[in-house]
Design a protein around this ligand. Structure first.
Ligand code: SF4
Length: 408
């Protein structure tokens, strides 16, 4: 049986390489044209070519989003673009527009076509419709419960991809007009202004129903579907996808590292004990999530799956440094600072081929060996003494308790 694919997002080449190094089977990215997420720092064709080369060297694939709902002018250059993606060696494109799908089949037949979640596909009839129209895979709507995913998978003639982790729309994905209406920025053409997460004044019969300190907002909690991973594997789902092309390298590394270990352990052992699953879920919480819930997996989300009265709610900040090198003789790690930290804190290092290990940061030195009271300049290179052998590309985070994690 083929292993379920771990599909990670990347907003630029550096993050693509991070996702691949940390164990993603495939990475999805957006090009400069025809993609949603217009602010995700999208890839030029040269960047895509370099990304494909890097991914292939690590036995991974690159998928490119071509998922905008185009207006007539948006179609200019589409054929050349699709042919270029095919020539570069991109494995698949993720599409929402039927016209774009037809065009890809005609001009670039070696590209797999995956039908985007923007299509809100929630049943096997829709999946099989797309099979008859040339698609190779369908990304199910995020609004499917596990029961619906199970029923759909039994009758589907195409491989299915589902979201396992990341931000959720408070509206039905791909159907929201809020941003378009309020800002003329079209969510379905990559311009979502995240209007749902703004703060609103509510009125009843013309009178405000709350004071200025307690304005209303209505965003969704972030999805964490990790506890459903064993079910998704059992159902034969082809791919689990992490949302977040705008997210940081640390976010991607934390999630990919954890889901990689979960998937490998599930295939090796057949199941995970509750204690092991709890430990993996705790690792996932160390990414810069908002408060989390299980989305639609358990059924229709209720009041506990939404966030009210918070804006950009409580993104955790525990990522403190990247590891650049380790001197085994001197037991010195050279690291690049990302967030403020001081001597004495407990930290944890994790790397592509290294499970997380805890240690205390005792002393911090500058590049000339002078002792520092704190590492407080982002991107500064400093050194710390540690007996833990650290790999290049490892990341360090501080140990933080749950209360502190969402304290902002
Ligand atoms: S405004 Fe909110 S619900 Fe609508 S598309 Fe944007 S993120 Fe999704």
């Amino acid at each position: 049986m083929d292993k379920i694919e771990l599909l990670a997002p990347a907003g630029d080449l550096a993050r693509l390489k991070t996702a691949v190094r940390y164990g993603a089977d495939a990475v999805y990215i957006g090009g400069k044209q025809f993609s949603l997420r217009s602010r995700a720092g999208n890839f030029s064709l040269e960047d895509i070519a370099e990304g494909v080369k890097f991914a292939e060297a690590h036995h991974a694939n690159v998928h490119v989003t071509v998922n905008m709902l185009p207006h007539e002018d948006d179609l200019n250059g589409l054929e050349d673009y699709l042919k270029a993606l095919e020539d570069i060696g991109v494995k698949a494109i993720i599409c929402a527009s039927p016209g774009m799908i037809q065009c890809a089949k005609r001009v670039a037949p070696r590209l797999e076509v995956h039908v985007s979640t923007q299509h809100s596909i929630t049943n096997s009839a829709a999946v099989n419709y797309w099979k008859n129209h040339g698609a190779d895979r369908v990304v199910l709507a995020r609004e499917c419960t596990l029961k619906q995913i199970s029923a759909t998978s039994q009758n589907s003639e195409l491989p299915l991809e589902v979201f396992i982790h990341g931000g959720m729309c408070v509206s039905y994905s791909g159907r929201c007009m809020l941003s378009n209406h309020m800002t003329l920025r079209d969510a379905n053409r990559g311009g979502c202004a995240q209007s749902c997460r703004w703060k609103y004044r509510l009125y009843e019969s013309g009178k405000p129903i709350h004071d200025e300190d307690h304005l209303f907002s209505m965003s969704s909690k972030d999805l964490v579907g990790a506890r459903y991973l064993p079910d998704l594997i059992r159902l034969g789902i082809a791919s689990v996808k992490i949302e977040g092309r705008m997210k940081s390298a640390y976010y991607i590394a934390t999630l990919v590292h954890t889901y990689r270990m979960m998937i490998d352990e599930l295939y090796a052992k057949g199941s995970l004990s509750k204690a092991v699953m709890d430990e993996y879920c705790e690792q996932l919480m160390k990414a810069e999530n908002r408060p989390t819930a299980c989305g639609f997996y358990a059924g229709l989300p209720g009041v506990n799956e939404h966030l009210y009265g918070v804006n950009g709610a409580g993104i955790s900040k525990e990522y403190i440094a990247d590891v650049l090198a380790y001197d085994e003789y001197k037991h010195l790690a050279t690291i690049q600072v990302r967030n403020h930290f001081e001597p004495g804190i407990m930290a944890e290092v994790f790397a592509p081929h290294q499970a997380a290990q805890r240690f205390q940061i005792q002393e911090i030195f500058d590049e000339d060996g002078l002792r520092l009271l704190a590492a407080n300049q982002p991107m500064r290179i400093v050194k710390i003494k540690t007996n833990i052998k650290m790999e290049k590309y490892a990341m360090i985070r501080k140990i933080i308790d749950q209360k502190e994690r969402y304290s902002e």
